[in-house]
Design a protein around this ligand. Structure first.
Ligand code: SAM
Length: 279
């Protein structure tokens, strides 16, 4: 009889799934919002799941975190004030703080336990948490944006869980309207927008809702993410009074900080839409 332990996740929408060989179960708790589990896997390093869904692995999180942050920051002419909603593992925050011009980041995560657990098991992702520019608020991002002063942010990033439960409202037109109000002129909003292969209808409706909310331009970027459903993921950007194709390409080429995935050419390429997603 085999005593091997495997983490398996079924991707209902694609009638498929993923399995990772587990060496150890490191942590399991029920927070007020969700079940948080940490596994040591053989091939992907440490894995965090929320309610039985992969959020972060050591091995491939860099693609997601870099593509959630740098395209939006290089789309703004001079980003100083950034809001991150969700993103409790702090990987997006770390990338944002690589930009020397960023002066203030509000991290608004619903579940403080996600961040506390990440500090223990994903210390590299949390290495910038003590940066004086980072300000943590453990509360609901939907309400935070509704209460935000008009024009108070340059870039808003929605690094959320799937559009169910407390994250559902982060994909609604009213939320996008509040984000666009909270952004200054030439502001940029970006939200993770699920799998191009499994969730094309959702991506189309996110794009339509952002336009309905008043965005001057909308762009969906896509990138590989092998531990998320279908292995292919996306983020959708909305501009307020700017054209997302006109990002600061030269600044991205000359960036003075290291990345493992993001560069100016990948940014340009990721803006090209597959035929089936057009329309
Ligand atoms: N990279 C991940 C993905 O796409 O699967 C997302 C990771 S991040 C850990 C997602 C975070 O969003 C969770 O920690 C969750 O608590 C947070 N979240 C969900 N709804 C939220 C809300 N309404 N306000 C603030 N944070 C929220």
């Amino acid at each position: 009889m085999s005593t091997e332990l495997w983490y398996s996740e079924r991707w209902e929408e694609g009638r498929s799934g993923i399995s990772l060989k587990v060496l150890n179960v490191l942590h399991r708790e029920q927070s007020p919002y969700q079940t948080i589990e940490i596994f040591e896997t053989e091939s992907f390093g440490t894995l965090m799941t929320l309610d039985g869904l992969v959020m972060v692995t050591d091995r491939d999180n860099f693609v997601y975190h870099e593509m959630m942050s740098h395209p939006a920051l290089f789309s703004h002419p001079d980003p100083k004030r950034v809001l991150i909603i969700g993103g409790g593992d702090c990987g997006t925050l770390r990338e944002v703080l690589k930009h020397p011009g960023v002066e203030h980041v509000d991290m608004v995560e619903l579940d403080e336990r996600v961040t506390r657990v990440a500090e223990i098991y994903f210390s590299q992702l949390c290495e910038s948490n003590q940066d004086p520019r980072a300000h943590f608020h453990f509360t609901d991002g939907i309400q935070w944006v509704a209460d935000a002063r008009a024009g108070s942010y340059d870039v808003i990033m929605v690094d959320s869980t799937d559009p169910v439960g407390p994250a559902a409202g982060l994909f609604a037109t009213e939320f996008y309207q509040n984000c666009l109000r909270a952004l200054g002129n030439r502001g940029v909003l970006v939200g993770q927008s699920e799998s191009p292969l499994f969730n094309a209808d959702l991506i189309r409706s996110i794009r339509a809702r952002m336009r309905e909310a008043g965005a001057s331009d909308v762009a969906t970027i896509h990138f590989p993410q092998c531990t998320y459903p279908s292995g292919w993921w996306s983020a959708t950007l909305a501009g307020k009074g700017l054209n997302l194709a006109d990002f600061r390409e030269q600044a991205a080429q000359a960036k003075a900080f290291p990345t493992r995935y993001y560069n100016a050419a990948l940014h340009r390429g990721a803006l090209a839409m597959p035929e089936f997603l057009l329309g």
